[in-house]
Write a protein that binds this ligand. Structure first.
Ligand code: ADP
Length: 499
C-alpha cells in the first residue's frame, strides 16, 4: 500500500533489463498477512512472458558483455551486489515482512546475512579450476574445464524469498550462467525490489530476469522451456515431484530442496533449559514456516512430563502480533490457504486422538487483529504413525513423541519419508556422534538448531531433495565438465583403431 495515496503499489516484470507489463496485462493482489488486506499488484505472467525472459537470458548467456567478462570481473560484480544488499537490507526486510509476515527481527538479520552469499560465491568465481589429466596415450595433452550450463530457471517459495534466491543466484552467476526467476505468487514484491539493486549493480541486460505469476501459468512453462538448462527449486515435495517429471521430459538438470518432518530429539542427559529453547526455536520461530522446522519433538520417556511442562510454560510467554514490531515473537501464517491448511492439520491431529497441551486453534488475541494467526500448538500422546507426525504442516504445530532409548529414537527419527534435518540434545559425546551417524538427514545439529551458513552444504535425504546448496562443492551443480584432448603427434596414427 502506498500510504500517501492509499492505493496498491503496482509492480512490473523485469525482463532483459526492462520493467514491463505482463503479456496478458493482468495482475493479481499480494496480501499482507498481518492485516489480511492486499497491498500490492503483481503482474500475472504466463508462457509468453516466460519465453521472452528465457530468450533474453539465453541471448545474454551467448552474446554481449556477460560471456566476455573474466571470472574475476564476474566475482567483482557479485561482491558489489553484496555491498548494495548490505546497504539496503533493512528496506528489503520490510518488504518481505509486509508480504510474508515473518518477523522483522528475523528478516532484518536474514537480508543482512544474505550479502555473504554474494561475497562468498563472488570470491569463488575465479577459483573454478580444471585439471590436467596425466594422459595414458602417447603424444596427447588432456585437460578439463568447467563451463556454465546456460539459462537457469529458479523457482522460489514464499517463506524466505530473497535468501533462497541468493542460494541459487549467487553460485549460478559466479559460474557464468544467466537466470530467470519465478517467485511465489504469495511473495513476489521483494524480488522485484531486489531487481532494482541488480540494475544498480551493473549486470548486463538479460543476465537476471523475473517473471511473476502462478505455478501452473508461469512456473510450468519455465520448467518446460527448451532453452532452460537446469531448474533450481525450493518448495513442497508434491510440487517438486511435478517439476522433476516435467524436467525429465527435457532431460534437464534439477536441484531441489523440498519439505521436511525433522525430529528434534531430547535425551534425559540434555541441559534442559537449552533443549527447551531448542524445541521452541525448532517449531515456533518463523511461525513454523521453515522446511527445517523441528516439527517432531522426540523426548526420552524418563523426562517427558517434566520437559513438556517446561516447554508449555515457555511457549505460553511467546508474544504474538505485528511482525514489524521488534518485540513480537510469533507472527502470522503467510497466506490464507496455508492458514487453512494449518487449522486443518490441527483438526486431523485431534481426530487422531492426541492431547492438546497448548493452543490448538486460530489465535483471537486482540494484538492479532484480522491477521492469519494460529496459536502456538503442542500435541502430546502422538504416535509416529499418525498423519500429524508424518506430513509436513508448515506452521506452529508441534507433535511430541516419547521414546525409550537411543535405538528407538533413531528408529522413530528416521521413520518418515523426509530427511532434511535433525536435532539432538545430549551432553554425552558418544551419543552425539552416534546420532549424527545414524540419523538420515542432510543436516544434523547437536545442542543447537537452525544453524545454516553459506559455507556449509545444505539439502535433503530421501523425499527432502536432490543435490545440495551452499558451500564450495555445490558450485559444480551450476557447471558442466568438458574434457579436451590435444594431440602433439606429428601424424595421425591408424585411423581405423580407436586410440
Ligand atoms: P509452497 O507455496 O507451499 O511453498 P509450492 O511448492 O507449491 O509450495 O510452491 C513453490 C513454488 O513453486 C512457487 O513459486 C509456486 O508458484 C511454484 N509452483 C507451484 N506449482 C508449480 C508447477 N506445477 N510448476 C512449476 N512451479 C510451480
Amino acid at each position: 500500500m502506498d500510504t500517501a495515496t492509499g492505493s496498491l503499489i503496482q509492480y512490473k516484470l523485469y525482463i532483459d533489463g526492462q520493467w514491463v507489463d505482463s503479456a496478458s496485462g493482468q495482475q493479481f493482489e499480494s496480501y499482507n498477512p498481518y492485516t489480511g488486506k492486499p497491498w500490492a499488484l503483481i503482474p500475472r505472467g504466463n508462457a509468453e512472458d516466460v519465453d521472452r525472459a528465457v530468450r533474453a537470458a539465453r541471448k545474454a548467456f551467448t552474446t554481449g558483455e556477460w560471456p566476455k567478462l573474466t571470472p574475476s570481473k564476474r566475482g567483482a560484480l557479485l561482491r558489489k551486489l553484496g555491498d548494495l544488499i548490505a546497504d539496503k537490507s533493512k528496506y528489503l526486510a520490510e518488504i518481505e515482512v509486509r508480504d510474508n509476515g515473518k518477523l522483522l527481527a528475523e528478516m532484518g538479520a536474514q537480508t543482512a546475512y544474505m550479502a555473504q552469499w554474494y561475497y562468498y560465491y563472488g570470491g569463488l568465481a575465479d577459483k573454478i579450476e580444471g585439471s590436467v589429466i596425466p594422459s595414458d596415450k602417447p603424444d596427447t595433452f588432456n585437460y578439463t574445464r568447467f563451463e556454465p550450463l546456460g539459462v537457469i530457471g529458479a523457482i522460489i517459495p514464499w517463506n524466505s524469498p530473497l535468501l533462497l534466491t541468493a542460494w541459487k543466484l549467487a553460485p549460478a552467476l559466479a559460474a557464468g550462467n544467466t537466470m530467470v526467476i519465478k517467485p511465489s505468487e504469495y511473495t513476489s514484491a521483494s524480488l522485484l525490489e531486489f531487481m532494482k539493486i541488480i540494475e544498480q549493480t551493473g549486470f548486463p541486460a538479460g543476465v537476471v530476469n523475473v517473471v511473476t505469476g502462478f505455478g501452473p501459468e508461469a512456473g510450468t512453462p519455465l520448467v518446460e522451456h527448451p532453452l532452460v538448462a537446469k531448474i533450481a527449486f525450493t518448495g513442497s515435495d508434491v510440487t517438486g515431484q511435478k517439476i522433476y517429471e516435467a524436467a525429465a521430459k527435457g532431460l534437464k538438470r534439477v536441484s531441489m530442496e523440498l519439505g521436511g518432518k525433522s525430529p528434534n530429539i531430547v535425551f534425559d542427559d540434555a541441559e534442559i533449559d537449552n533443549a527447551v529453547k531448542g524445541a521452541i526455536s525448532g517449531i515456533f520461530a518463523a511461525t513454523g514456516q521453515t522446511c527445517i522446522a523441528g516439527s517432531r519433538l522426540l523426548v526420552q520417556q524418563s523426562i517427558h512430563d517434566q520437559f513438556v511442562e517446561r516447554l508449555v510454560a515457555f511457549a505460553k510467554t511467546a508474544r504474538m502480533g505485528d511482525p514489524m514490531s521488534l518485540d513480537t515473537q510469533v507472527g502470522p501464517v503467510t497466506n490464507l490457504p496455508q492458514f487453512n491448511k494449518v487449522l486443518k492439520y490441527i483438526d486431523i491431529a485431534k481426530s487422531e486422538g492426541v492431547r492438546t497441551v497448548l493452543g490448538g486453534a486460530k489465535a483471537t488475541r486482540p494484538e492479532c487483529g484480522d491477521g492469519w494467526f494460529v496459536e502456538p500448538t503442542i500435541f502430546t500422546g502422538v504416535k509416529n504413525s499418525m498423519r500429524i507426525a508424518q506430513e509436513e504442516v508448515f506452521g506452529p504445530v508441534l507433535a511430541v513423541i516419547p521414546f525409550r532409548d537411543e535405538e528407538e529414537a533413531i528408529a522413530i527419527g528416521n521413520d518418515v519419508v523426509f530427511g532434511l534435518a535433525a536435532g539432538v540434545w545430549t551432553q554425552n559425546m558418544r551419543r552425539a556422534f552416534l546420532m549424527a551417524d545414524k540419523l538420515q538427514a542432510g543436516t544434523v545439529w547437536v545442542n543447537t538448531y537452525r544453524a545454516v551458513s553459506f559455507l556449509s552444504p545444505f539439502g535433503g535425504y530421501k523425499r527432502s531433495g536432490l543435490g545440495r546448496e551452499n558451500g564450495q562443492e555445490m558450485i559444480k551443480e551450476y557447471l558442466q565438465t568438458k574434457s579436451v584432448w590435444i594431440s602433439t603427434a606429428k601424424e595421425v596414427p591408424n585411423p581405423f583403431i580407436m586410440r
